[in-house]
Every structure is written in C-alpha cells, then in structure tokens.
Design a protein around this ligand. Structure first.
Ligand code: ASP
Length: 355
C-alpha cells in the first residue's frame, strides 16, 4: 500500500513537473513573439551571391560598407523623426539605386541586347496595397515608380513602355538609358557572352549555355524593409535583374509574394537571388504564411524557407526580413550578402560575408 502511494505520488510529481515545464516553454515562446523588441527598425540588402573575401579588395569592401551605412541611415533618420516606413523604404532604396555599386538603377546589369531593363516592387503591410514595375528602361528610380503605381493607379503591375508613359504622366524623373551604363557591368556581359560562346563551340549544349549565363551572373539587387513608430511595415526591392537576360525575362523582384511582401500581422520581406527559384517558391509570402499559419518566429520561418525549401529546389540567394515586433533576420544560402540593419537604439550592423 505504501509502495502504491509512493508510486502515485512520484508519478503525480513527475507529470506535474513536466506539465509545468511545458507550460513555461509555451509561455516563453508566446512572450517572445509578442514582445516589442524595437519600436522602429530597418533592414537592407544589396544582393547575395558568390561574394568571397579573397575576391574583394579592402577598398571595395569599404566602399560597399560605406554605401550600405549611408543608405540605412537615411531610412533610420526618417523613422526616428516619425516618418513612415513607406518613405524610409523609398529613400533608402534610392541611395542604392543611385550608386553604381549595386545592380539597381545606375549600375544595373545588362541584358543580352546590351540594354538595362529595370524591375521593382513595393508593398504596404497595413493596407496590403502593392505596386510593381517590370522592364522599364528610362525611369531613374524604379522603386519610386512602383510606389506611384500603388498610390496613383488602379493596378498592381505595369511593364515596359506603358510603365514609362505612366511615369512621365506622373512627373517622375526620366533619364536617357545611357544613365544606367557602367563599364564593369558592360564588361561582365561581354565575359559571359564570350564564355557561353566558347562553351557552345565545344559541346553545343544549349542548356549549358543558358545555365552558364545565369549561374555566373553577379547578383546585386537592393531591398529594404522598415517598421515605423505607428506599427506599419513596408518592403521594397529594386533590380536590373540578371546579366545576359533576354526575351523580356522578368525575375522575382517585381513579383509580390516572391521578391517583396509585407503584412502588419506578420512581417515584411525583400528577396535577392536566382529569381526563377524565388518565383516558384513564393519565398517572401511563404515566410509570412509560416508565421501566420504555423505561428513560427521570424527566424524559424526565414530559415526554413531559405535553408530548407529554396535550397532543396536548387535556388540560391537570401532575404532580409523584419517582423511586427521589430525582430530582424538576414538569411541566405550563398557565400555572402551585402546587408545592414539598424534598430531603435541606433545599433548598426553592416556585413558582407557569412559571419
Ligand atoms: N532576384 C533578381 C532577379 O532574379 C536578381 C538578384 O537578386 O540579384 O532578377
């Protein structure tokens, strides 16, 4: 009898402890995900890819870091002074669009036909409104045009000449296409074309030709996600696409749900990488959906989508993401990603390589 009582008591104690610890861990997770980490915050990328320390001079590295810092501080100041996440995202991206260092605006990569065709998108997490532009050749700031399409048209996405005409009607700055020219991007295109031609002469494999184009092209898209003091998340992405793209190829950057997504209920995301895979994986929306439907944290969701799902499909690249509580995440499966973040305390992180 005493043995039975002891057994019952110890079982009860054991169960009690276990239930308790389970309850605690649930509470811990809930508390975490509902705690405001930052009243406002901002995170950016300047592209992901085979960015290796051994291929980068100290000067180049410093140039990238300085520009990333300059860009993020523009957005951070706007947020700090009570500006909106929309304004912060636009102005931050514009600094990078105007820099020849990145594959967006000036410095965009070249198409097979030796032109620059620009894509961009923007999403507002409060209203779930969005705007996107694909294949424009003469609009100085594609991100500004994407926002204009959202605010001043009945549409979400405009392309090519029509998008340019809309930009002109709305008084956006139009530039001569030569504005986007940079010598090193032009030379990259020539190298890829030559390499592909040599490969074709040798083994005549059309697939290899296209593969070589894509795999060897340098990434360098820019993106930004911001949370303002009013709890609104905005996300934007701007790119020249991939070197040697042809036939009016459009990547993920202007596709809402792939290149860009924002929802005040969950998070905002901007992607960069091999666009075809990001479109097929619906990367940006999947991160938000995992948070909404599976109650994952931002880190868990970004990690699963990039390191598991995208990687298994064969896609390369990364994302920057920021949730409604100001948690931020950089996640990529490439050697590097130009990136920076800044929180409400003004703490700045600027990085290029994996750690
Ligand atoms: N995602 C872009 C595209 O596929 C390229 C990049 O991010 O660098 O067009």
């Amino acid at each position: 009898m005493r043995k039975l009582a002891f057994l019952l008591l110890s079982t009860a104690l054991f169960l009690g402890c276990n239930l308790n610890s389970k309850k605690e861990s649930v509470i811990e997770v809930d508390t975490n995900s509902n705690k405001k980490i930052n009243e406002f915050a901002i995170i950016i990328h300047g592209g992901a890819g085979t960015i290796l320390k051994k291929n980068m001079s100290d000067e180049k590295e410093a140039e990238y870091k300085t520009k990333l810092e300059e860009a993020i501080k523009v957005g951070h100041t706007i947020l700090k002074n009570g500006g909106t996440s929309q304004e912060a995202v636009m102005k931050t991206i514009q600094v990078m669009e105007e820099s020849p260092l990145f594959n967006a605006g000036k410095g965009a990569v070249f198409t097979h036909e030796e032109t620059n065709e620009l894509d961009a998108s923007f999403m507002d997490g409060k209203t779930l409104n969005a705007g996107a532009v694909a294949g424009v050749k003469d609009v100085k700031s594609p991100i500004e045009l994407a926002i204009k399409i959202m605010t001043d048209s009945d549409h979400v996405m405009l392309s090519g000449t029509g998008a340019s005409n809309f930009a002109k009607e709305k008084g956006l700055e139009i530039v001569d296409p030569s504005y986007f020219y940079t010598e090193n991007r032009f030379q990259s295109l020539q190298r890829i074309k030559n390499r592909a031609k040599t490969q074709l002469d040798h083994d005549d494999k059309k697939a290899a030709f296209y593969d070589a184009d894509i795999k060897n092209s340098k990434f360098g898209t820019v993106g930004c996600v911001a949370l303002d003091k009013y709890g609104n998340i905005a996300a934007g992405t701007s790119t020249g696409g991939m070197t040697n793209k042809r036939w009016g190829r459009i990547g993920d950057a202007p596709i809402i749900g792939s290149g860009t997504y924002a929802n005040n209920k969950t998070c905002g995301v901007s992607s960069t990488g091999w666009g075809e895979y990001f479109i097929r994986s619906q990367v940006a929306y999947d991160i938000s959906a995992q948070m909404e439907y599976q109650e994952k944290t931002l880190k868990e969701a970004t990690k699963d989508v990039i390191q598991n799902k995208l990687t298994q499909l064969g896609g390369t690249g990364g994302v920057v993401a920021l949730d409604k509580n100001g948690n931020m995440s950089f996640e990529f499966n490439t050697a590097g990603m130009y990136r920076a973040s800044m929180n409400d305390k003004g703490e700045l992180i600027v990085k290029i390589y994996k750690e």
